[in-house]
Write a protein that binds this ligand. Structure first.
Ligand SMILES: Nc1ncnc2c1ncn2[C@@H]1O[C@H](COP(=O)(O)OP(=O)(O)O)[C@@H](O)[C@H]1O
Ligand SMILES: [Mg+2]
Length: 297
């Protein structure tokens, strides 16, 4: 709630209180105070509604960005299904038909997984934190974006530990963060290049660190302090696949990671590339934070 929009609402509240004060007389002080507090309640309600709407736009913009990718994905899957169905009809022997059915089942399962992932991400529901495998989350996002990254000649290198502990997270929200970061990385590498995904278990702090490093255009040091601001964008609008240009992506990432008691960091060099690191509490760390908070209350 520390963004410009919320600050504007706060200023509105302060302004209106000041105005009321200046016209205040001793006799009607009490009724003015009641009116003041009602007005503050009303403006607070409006702030809440606006914040909720903004979060919803952020979520929908991440999903909207996936629409064209998903349509392409389904189209490819349908083509495969049609071709194998034709093959199965032409070759009536049992082995060829079984083979065709198996291929159809594999791609149809993939389509079902893509559809479920998108539907889950679109659901408007309260955050629910649970023990979550970060590597599985990254793999699910790759299922949605892998082909597109491939098309733009982006080569993914993965460095994941064997036995990473689970993090305490809302899987849909973390997927939304990953989608935003990966789309930004892809857009920064117009001619393709390396994209490194790395997970490290920071045992000292009981956090998992996920780094997404691109070798793209990088960010100017004057722009760097603004990139997490809502509506800050250096893009002229959505690209040819309908992605980006809203300036909502990184603002949503920061909000989500902070709600997870995590941290998002960025390192960038103009012309060299950018690395975003998410530090997320493991289940153990989340429990410790919870105990600490209980103690304080
Ligand atoms: N990986 C990246 N490489 C270079 N610039 C980036 C990267 N990620 C974000 N940015 C910069 O941060 C800005 C804000 O990003 P974001 O909030 O996702 O909005 P959008 O993608 O809609 O412009 C981008 O417009 C871009 O200037
Ligand atoms: Mg973006």
């Amino acid at each position: 709630m520390s963004d410009n929009l919320t600050n504007n609402c706060r200023l509105e509240i302060v302004d209106s209180i000041e105005q009321d004060r200046s016209t205040d007389s001793v006799e009607n002080k009490e009724s003015t105070q009641t009116a003041e507090s009602e007005r503050i309640d009303e403006l607070n309600r409006r702030i809440e509604i606006l914040s909720e709407r903004l979060s919803q736009s952020q979520r929908l913009s991440a999903i909207g960005e996936l629409t064209s990718t998903t349509v392409h994905e389904f189209n490819n899957i349908l083509t495969t299904i049609i071709n194998y169905a034709k093959l199965g009809m032409r070759h009536v022997d049992k082995t060829s038909q079984k083979n065709a059915f198996e291929k159809i089942l594999t791609v149809a399962n993939r389509a079902a997984k893509v559809a479920t992932t998108i539907l889950a991400a679109a659901k408007n529901r309260k955050q629910s934190l649970e023990p979550t495998n970060l590597i599985t989350l990254v793999d699910d996002v790759m299922l949605l974006l892998g082909r597109e990254l491939n098309k733009y000649k982006i080569v993914i290198e993965r460095y994941f530990p064997q036995n990473a502990p689970e993090i305490m997270a809302d899987g849909n929200q973390i997927q939304q963060v990953l989608i935003n970061l990966l789309v930004n990385a892809r857009q920064a590498m117009k001619n393709g290049g390396r994209l490194i995904l790395k997970i490290i278990h920071d045992e000292e702090n009981e956090m998992l660190d996920l780094t997404i490093r691109d070798y793209g255009c990088g960010i100017d040091e004057n722009e760097l302090p603004h990139i997490f601001d809502r509506f800050y964008s250096t893009k002229s609008g959505p690209d040819e696949t309908g992605k980006g240009g809203t300036g909502l992506g990184l603002a949503a990432c920061k909000e989500i990671i902070e709600q997870h008691k995590g941290v998002i960091r960025v390192e960038s060099k103009l012309g060299k590339g950018t690395a975003f690191t998410l530090k997320l509490p493991t289940v153990i760390r989340a429990k410790l934070i919870e105990l600490q908070q209980e103690k304080e209350n």
